[in-house]
Design a protein around this ligand. Structure first.
Ligand SMILES: CC(C)(COP(=O)(O)OP(=O)(O)OC[C@H]1O[C@@H](n2cnc3c(N)ncnc32)[C@H](O)[C@@H]1OP(=O)(O)O)[C@@H](O)C(=O)NCCC(=O)NCCS
Length: 149
C-alpha cells in the first residue's frame, strides 16, 4: 500500500479520483475537476493506493490566516470500505500535516453519517458545532475538529 501526495501531472490518478467522487458522493458534495486541481495546486490531496487501485482520498484546503486546514472531502472507494484504509490514510495525513506546521484540522459531516462520525471520533476529532442549513435548507452538518499534538 502506498501513501501519495498527488501532483498536477498525475493525470491517471486524477481521473481515478474524479470517478470516485461521482461514485462516492453522486451529484451532492463531490469535487469536480476544477476543485480537484485546486486542492492539488493550492491545498493538499493525499491518497492511499494499492498498486494501480485507488483506495482512499483526502482533500484539504488551507484556512487563511490560521495554521489550520479544512478537510473538504474524504472517501474510500466503495469496494474497499470497512477494511481500515480510511483510518490509515487519516493517521498518515496527520503526521504529514504536522510536519508542515499545521496545528488543527476541521471538517464537516452529515449528522446522520454514523460511520464517518465514529471514525473521526476514534481518531480524536471532536464535534464543535451543529451547523443548521449549512449546505442549503435541511442540509445540516456537524463541524468537527482535531488539534494535532
Ligand atoms: C466514511 C468512510 C470514508 C470510511 O472509510 P473506510 O475506509 O471504510 O473506514 P475504515 O475501514 O478505516 O473504518 C473506520 C471506522 O468505521 C467503521 N466502519 C467502516 N465501515 C463500516 C460499516 N459499513 N458499518 C459499520 N462500521 C463501519 C469501522 O469499523 C471503523 O470503526 P472503528 O474506528 O471503531 O474501528 C467511507 O465509509 C466512505 O467513503 N463513505 C462515503 C463518503 C463519506 O461519507 N465520506 C465522509 C464525508 S465527511
Amino acid at each position: 500500500m502506498e501513501f501519495i501526495e498527488v501532483k498536477p501531472s498525475d493525470i491517471d490518478l486524477i481521473d481515478k479520483i474524479y470517478n470516485n467522487e461521482i461514485e462516492s458522493f453522486g451529484i451532492m458534495g463531490g469535487a469536480d475537476m476544477w476543485m480537484i486541481m485546486s486542492f492539488i495546486r493550492y491545498g493538499k490531496l493525499y491518497l492511499l493506493m494499492n498498486g494501480d487501485e485507488l483506495l482512499t482520498v483526502a482533500q484539504y484546503q488551507k484556512i487563511m490566516g490560521e495554521e489550520s486546514v479544512f478537510l473538504y472531502g474524504f472517501s474510500t472507494t466503495p469496494k474497499n470500505r470497512n477494511k481500515g484504509y480510511g483510518k490509515e490514510l487519516l493517521q498518515k495525513v496527520h503526521i504529514e500535516l504536522k510536519k508542515l506546521g499545521i496545528k488543527k484540522i476541521c471538517l464537516t459531516v452529515d449528522p446522520n453519517n454514523e460511520i464517518a462520525i465514529k471514525m473521526y471520533k476514534h481518531l480524536g476529532y471532536l464535534i464543535k458545532e451543529f451547523q443548521e442549513n449549512e449546505y442549503g435548507k435541511g442540509i445540516h452538518r456537524f463541524l468537527m475538529a482535531k488539534v494535532l499534538s
